[in-house]
Design a protein around this ligand. Structure first.
Ligand code: CP
Length: 315
């Protein structure tokens, strides 16, 4: 049976733990001089990015290459999508190469689930509109776990544009599955209705509530999803009311941001440049987690794979 990773809601605590443990094994491999294993030799990974990306696109590409898979990268711009080819026809076309995994980013909610109807390859959702970004949530968990932070009982405050954030939706679900508590802090216009019932976190409009959090997770203002605007009176006012800088933090609080950052809007320049902020660690975790995801979808999660050195599970 083909397995997909379309939303983190499909993963229970044991499955998330399995991904985090697998990621640890790849982190160990990446400490070596030769940072490549033959694990997925002869396998085909197609990265289909129909919406802009730096971190997710490059990390999936590098992850596939470090596992020795054949990696094909297709972007919306410069492919036949420019000529009006549909997602269905693009998937059917690339399916002719008999890929093992299709990694898809798309601006439309549900695009990855739709694509799964046209291929037997495993689908990984690399972000579909405002819906889900499951590998981002796994890399966020892994970044904290790698620093020795216990997820059980952790308090994470998402701050900013929750309305348009697939990072917050997937992250909140993953953190809650792992026993963490989540708060969403934003102006009323950027908090979707029904949030507390839907995502299970507490909603607040008061930035001072970040004081209670162990992790302050700053969200990007997603200008490209805001149309004609009207969500905030002005970016300057938003920044004054909800922007996160050192003056709003207490000692010991951890700061995360999925990138790309709008410096001077949701995060101050000084905080963005602070080496204690976890942004770069998140990027590093991204490649490791995506190695684990590709490996798991192609080679795992059969019981016999679990205790075998990752380089020995060749195709
Ligand atoms: N965090 C994230 O998804 O970044 P990219 O859009 O650069 O992939």
């Amino acid at each position: 049976m083909t397995r997909n990773l379309i939303t983190v809601d499909d993963l229970d605590r044991d499955e998330i733990e399995r991904y985090l443990s697998l990621t640890d094994r790849f982190a160990e491999v990446m400490q070596r001089d030769l940072k490549k294993v033959p694990t997925l030799r002869g396998r085909v990974v197609v990265n289909m990015f129909f919406e802009s990306s730096t971190r997710t696109a490059t990390s999936f590409e590098l992850a596939g290459k470090r596992l020795s898979a054949d990696v094909i990268n297709v972007k919306g711009s410069g492919s036949s999508v420019d000529k009006g080819e549909t997602l269905k026809d693009t998937v059917l076309t690339l399916n002719a190469y008999r890929p093992d995994v299709l990694v898809i980013r798309h601006k439309s909610v549900g695009a990855c689930a739709a694509a799964a109807r046209y291929t037997d390859a495993a689908i990984v959702n690399a972000g579909d509109g405002t819906h889900a970004h499951p590998t981002q949530s796994l890399l966020d968990l892994y970044t904290l776990r790698r620093r020795g932070v216990s997820l059980e009982g952790l308090h994470v405050a998402y701050v900013g544009d929750v309305m348009h954030s697939r990072v917050a939706r997937s992250g909140a679900a993953a953190f809650r599955t792992m026993g963490a508590k989540v708060t969403f802090i934003a102006p009323p216009t950027l908090l979707p209705p029904g949030l507390e019932e839907g995502l299970g976190g507490r909603a607040s409009h008061d930035i001072r509530d970040i004081a209670d959090a162990d992790v302050v997770y700053v969200l990007r203002m997603q200008h490209e999803r805001m149309g004609d605007g009207g969500f905030v009176p002005s970016l300057r006012e938003y920044s004054r009311e909800y922007g996160v800088g050192h003056e709003r933090l207490r000692p010991g609080q951890l700061v995360m941001h999925p990138g790309p950052m709008n410096r001077g809007v949701e995060i101050t320049d000084a905080l963005a440049d602070d080496p204690e902020v976890l942004v770069t660690a998140q990027v590093e975790s991204g490649m490791l987690v995506r190695m684990a995801v590709l490996y798991d979808l192609i080679a795992g999660p059969a019981e016999h794979v679990r205790n075998v050195p990752v380089e020995e599970v060749a195709a």
